[in-house]
Design a protein around this ligand. Structure first.
Ligand SMILES: N[C@@H](CCC(=O)N[C@@H](CS)C(=O)NCC(=O)O)C(=O)O
Length: 397
C-alpha cells in the first residue's frame, strides 16, 4: 500500500501533464516519480507490458495507464471515500452540450496538437536542445554516467524526431504547422481574455486535453515558450493556472460563471471550434476511413485483441491527407478512435433539445460530420492496450 497515488511521468511528457494538472486541480495528494527511477523498470514496465508514461499507481497497487483513462477513472471515484478520490470540481461540465465540446477539445489537445508540439520541440535545436537534453536526462538517466546519459538521450530524441516526421512534420509542411499553432495561440488568447478556463470558471476535459502539449512542450521548451509569451500571454498564464491547485483566477474581476452558456457560448469559443474543424477534421476523417478499410480486411479479428503482430504497437498504417492545402502523410493510430468515441458517446447521451443545440453549434462551426464518422467496431482499452470490441451486426453509424 502506498499512502498516496504515485504518478510515473516526466515534466516534458505531454500525456503526463494532463494527469498532473488534473491531480493538482482535484487536490489529490500524489507523489511523482520519473521513468529513470529503478522502480519503473523493475515493477511498472513489466506489469504494464511496454515502456509508456504516464502510469498512475493507486494506493492499493493497481496500475492505470493512459492519461485519459486515468482521468476518467479518478472521475468515477469522485465523492467516494476511496483513497485517491477527488475534492475538486468534476472535469465533465454538467451541461451535456458543453460536455461534448469538452471532450472534443480533449481529443484535439492530445491528438491534433501533437504535430505542432513535436515540431516546436524537435526542429529548433539552436534554442531548445540544451534544455531538452537536460530535461530528458534528469528524468531518464539519474545516477548514470555522462556517456550513458548521452546515449539514453540520443535514443529517446532519435525516436521522437522520427515520430515527428512520421506524423507529418517535414520541411514542406513545417511552415504550415507553424502558422497553425500561431493561429491557435491567438484564438486562445482572445478567448482567455474572457474566461479563466476554456469553458468558464471551472477546468474541464477541454483544459486537461489542451494542457498536455501546451505545458509539456509549448510553454516549457525555450523556442515555443518565447513565442507563447510574446503573442499569447493569456495562454501562458492559463498554463500556469492549470498547474495551481486553486482557481488562480484573480486576474478576472467580477463573478465568473462556472460554465459558459451552451446555447450561446460566445464568438471566441466558436472561433476556436471553427479552427479545430479546419485543422483537424480531415485528419480524423482519414483515420476513420482508413480504419474501417483496415477492419473490413480483417473480419476474423478476435474481439479483445488489436490485430497487431506486436500488441504494444500503436500504429496501423499511413494515410495522406490534404492539410492546409498541402499533401501530408501521417500515421493512423487507433487510439484516436477511442478519443473520438468519447465525443460521440457524450453526443449520443443528449436529449432531443440538447441535441438540437449541439447540432446547431456544430453546423455553425463546421464540425457536423464529426458526429457521424463512426468505426465499424468500437475501440476499447483492456490490459493497458487499445483493442477492438466485438464486430457490429451492421457497419457504419
Ligand atoms: N495515449 C497515451 C499516450 C502516452 C504516450 O504516448 N506517452 C509518451 C510520452 S508523453 C510515451 O510514453 N512515449 C514512449 C514511446 O513512444 O516510446 C496516454 O495518454 O497515456
Amino acid at each position: 500500500m502506498n499512502a498516496t497515488p504515485i504518478l510515473y511521468g516526466m515534466p516534458g511528457s505531454l500525456y503526463t501533464a494532463k494527469v498532473r494538472s488534473y491531480l493538482r486541480k482535484q487536490r489529490i495528494a500524489f507523489e511523482e516519480r520519473t521513468p529513470g527511477d529503478p522502480r519503473f523498470s523493475k515493477e511498472i514496465e513489466p506489469a504494464v507490458g511496454r515502456w509508456i508514461i504516464p502510469v498512475l499507481q493507486m494506493p492499493d497497487g493497481a496500475l492505470l495507464q493512459d492519461g485519459t483513462d486515468i482521468v476518467d477513472h479518478l472521475e468515477s471515484l469522485r465523492s467516494g471515500a476511496t483513497s485517491g478520490a477527488s475534492t475538486g470540481p468534476s472535469a465533465s461540465p454538467p451541461d451535456g452540450v458543453l460536455n461534448v465540446v469538452a471532450r472534443l477539445l480533449d481529443l484535439y489537445g492530445g491528438e491534433g496538437l501533437l504535430r505542432a508540439a513535436m515540431h516546436f520541440r524537435w526542429n529548433f535545436d539552436a534554442d531548445n536542445l540544451a534544455f531538452i537534453q537536460s530535461d530528458f536526462t534528469a528524468a531518464l538517466a539519474q545516477g548514470k554516467s555522462a556517456d550513458e546519459a548521452l546515449m539514453i538521450f540520443a535514443f529517446a530524441s532519435g525516436r521522437m524526431r522520427k515520430t515527428a516526421t512520421a506524423i507529418g512534420v517535414t520541411p514542406a509542411t513545417s511552415p504550415a504547422v507553424e502558422d497553425s499553432l500561431r493561429e491557435l495561440l491567438l484564438l486562445l488568447n482572445s478567448h482567455l481574455e474572457k474566461t479563466p478556463y476554456l469553458l468558464g470558471g471551472t477546468p474541464s476535459h477541454a483544459d486537461y486535453g489542451l494542457i498536455g502539449p501546451m505545458f509539456a512542450h509549448l510553454a516549457r521548451d525555450p523556442h515555443p515558450s518565447s513565442l507563447m509569451k510574446r503573442i499569447a500571454p493569456r495562454v501562458w498564464r492559463w498554463v500556469e493556472r492549470m498547474n495551481a491547485p486553486d482557481a488562480d483566477a484573480g486576474d478576472y474581476i467580477g463573478p465568473t460563471p462556472a460554465w459558459l452558456d451552451a446555447e450561446n457560448p460566445g464568438e471566441t469559443l466558436e472561433a476556436l471550434l471553427r479552427f479545430v474543424a479546419s485543422d483537424y477534421l480531415a485528419d480524423i476523417e482519414a483515420h476513420v476511413n482508413f480504419t474501417n478499410d483496415w477492419l473490413a480486411a480483417r473480419p476474423e479479428l478476435v474481439a479483445g485483441t488489436n490485430g497487431l503482430p506486436r500488441p504494444g504497437d500503436r500504429v496501423i498504417g499511413k494515410v495522406t491527407i490534404a492539410w492546409r492545402g498541402l499533401p501530408m502523410e501521417t500515421l493512423v493510430m487507433p487510439y484516436r478512435i477511442f478519443m473520438l468515441q468519447r465525443v460521440q458517446d457524450a453526443a449520443d447521451a443528449l436529449d432531443a433539445r440538447q441535441r438540437q443545440t449541439l447540432d446547431a453549434l456544430f453546423a455553425r462551426t463546421g464540425l457536423a460530420s464529426l458526429l457521424t464518422l463512426r468505426c465499424q467496431r468500437r475501440l476499447e482499452r483492456q490490459g493497458h492496450l487499445e483493442v477492438w470490441g466485438p464486430a457490429r451486426a451492421t457497419s457504419g453509424a
